[in-house]
Design a binder for this molecule. Structure first.
Ligand code: SF4
Length: 229
């Protein structure tokens, strides 16, 4: 696609669907950007499969939002999960792995399941934006994802948080109620805290550790864990 930086998200989505067809999927953690994209796909009548990574550690509000979105958009959202149950993970790696090795926990519960899921896909769409954190400032609209060997498409990379929320309210779209209670970015319960006014959107994720990403949007260190295939 020529000049994706100047293209409207709809143009990017249509180009992507024409190019990758059913080999393309949309991944969401049910943040507002992902919900905007689900809404645009429906408006454009592009039948793109939507998935999320179910770590089994998400907030009740997030699972409720997933149900709400399925009903509102009349879609079925794929749950991508680790082959390791939480009990099996505790048995093999110890209780509350998220307290002893966050990288390994994210690797087992998010990175490996995503890698397996994307193994037969050609492209994935995400809602990540440049204004979410320092680590996302260089996000490309379209690029090769070296971690998963697929094309990664971020149609809202250049949108601001303000613009996303204006869109959500303008179209009366469902969103996670925790956003109204100090949680601008929401992941797993053990690793998500409130943020203070003026802090970065993702400052409440893995607070107190150097970790800023779970590894699904940046290359993660290779760890010995669940087999990838
Ligand atoms: Fe584990 Fe926390 Fe990563 Fe969730 S965010 S997979 S609980 S380390």
């Amino acid at each position: 696609m020529e000049r994706p930086e100047e293209a409207h998200p709809d143009e990017i989505l249509k180009w992507a669907f024409d190019t990758f067809g059913s080999g393309m999927v949309l991944g969401t953690g049910f943040g507002p950007s992902g919900i905007v994209l689900i809404h645009r796909l429906q408006y454009l009548q592009l039948p793109v499969t939507v998935f999320y990574i179910n770590t089994h550690l998400l907030f009740d509000e997030t699972y409720a939002l997933c149900d709400k979105i399925e009903k509102r958009f009349n879609i079925s959202i794929i749950r991508v999960e680790s082959r390791l149950s939480l009990q099996e993970q505790a048995r093999q790696y110890g209780e509350k792995l998220w307290e002893t090795d966050v990288d390994l926990c994210c690797h087992l519960r998010k990175v490996v399941p995503l890698r397996n899921y994307l193994a037969d896909k050609t492209a994935w769409i995400t809602g990540i934006r440049r204004d979410q954190s320092e680590t996302r400032k260089q996000t490309k609209i379209i690029g090769k994802d070296p971690e998963y060997e697929v094309v990664k498409i971020n149609p809202l990379a250049y949108w601001s948080r303000k613009k996303v929320w204006e869109y959500i309210h303008m179209h009366d779209l469902p969103y996670n109620p925790l956003h109204d209670h100090g949680y601008p970015s929401i992941g797993c319960v053990p690793c998500t805290e409130k943020v203070e006014p003026g802090e970065e959107e993702r400052a409440g994720r893995w607070r107190g550790s150097a970790k800023t990403e779970c590894g699904i949007h940046v290359s993660s260190r290779e760890l010995q864990g669940e087999p990838t295939k």
